[in-house]
Design a protein. Structure first.
Length: 234
């Protein structure tokens, strides 16, 4: 099984998003999956121009000659797609949005009806659909700020959103491995992320007990907010 992880953080491997993504992928590896991580900050991906050439003159091929052509090949071979992005104005980062827009050549131009919904069919003839995993974090406590982001991926995944890992209080994540007290506090959370990776590969979903551990507030929201506001003043 091939897992393709797309890190859409402008900070790449040094951002808070990577702190969540890394143990999840370690769990995927332990379950026997083949892992590849792409850091979008290191790629040249131009904006989609909306010309639809990839549907008309050159089906499946974009007019832009950049790194997205290679990435489309990787996407076509993946069994699980992991989209890892910090929350920027209640949605994905600009890097991730360009990546998602440029996935258009993977679809055919025809509109089809599936159940009560309409969509474009995938150009691939694969019988088993790709599973989608969403990983995100934001500086606010709570999960409600992710509601728009999650809805986007529910629609985009067409019923194949296997897992959502949403971490509020994300501003502290980069300090977890630098502070012994925080590391101890976050050990159950990081362990649950590793278990989640194993479960998505072996079961196709995250078990309820593991999800509950991931969804817990590690720090009391009021304490987190107080310290976050102090840090901005400093």
């Amino acid at each position: 099984m091939k897992v393709l992880a797309i890190n859409g953080s402008p900070k790449g491997e040094f951002g808070n998003t990577e702190v969540i993504l890394k143990p999840f992928l370690e769990g995927c590896t332990e379950a026997g999956a083949e892992i590849e991580t792409v850091y979008l900050k290191n790629k040249e991906i131009k904006h989609c121009s909306g010309c639809f050439t990839c549907w008309t003159k050159t089906p499946g091929k974009c007019i832009h000659n950049d790194d997205m052509g290679e990435l489309l090949n990787k996407i076509s071979q993946a069994d699980i797609m992991v989209y890892a992005t910090p929350l920027y104005y209640y949605t994905v980062t600009g890097l991730m949005k360009d990546f998602m827009d440029r996935m258009l050549p993977l679809n055919n131009k025809e509109i089809i009806k599936v159940g009560d919904s309409y969509s474009h069919p995938n150009r691939s003839k694969r019988k088993v659909p790709v599973k989608t995993v969403l990983i995100s974090n934001c500086g606010f406590p709570g999960k409600y700020n992710f509601s728009g982001l999650v809805e986007t991926f529910k629609v985009m995944a067409k019923g194949n959103l296997a897992a959502t890992i949403l971490c509020g209080q994300g501003g502290i994540l980069s300090s977890v491995n630098k502070d012994d007290m925080l590391k101890k506090m976050y050990t159950p959370f990081l362990s649950a992320l590793r278990s989640a990776g194993k479960e998505v590969v072996s079961l196709g979903y995250i078990e309820a007990e593991t999800q509950a551990e991931i969804d817990k507030d590690v720090i009391d929201p009021e304490i987190y907010v107080k310290n976050a506001n102090v840090s901005w003043k400093e």
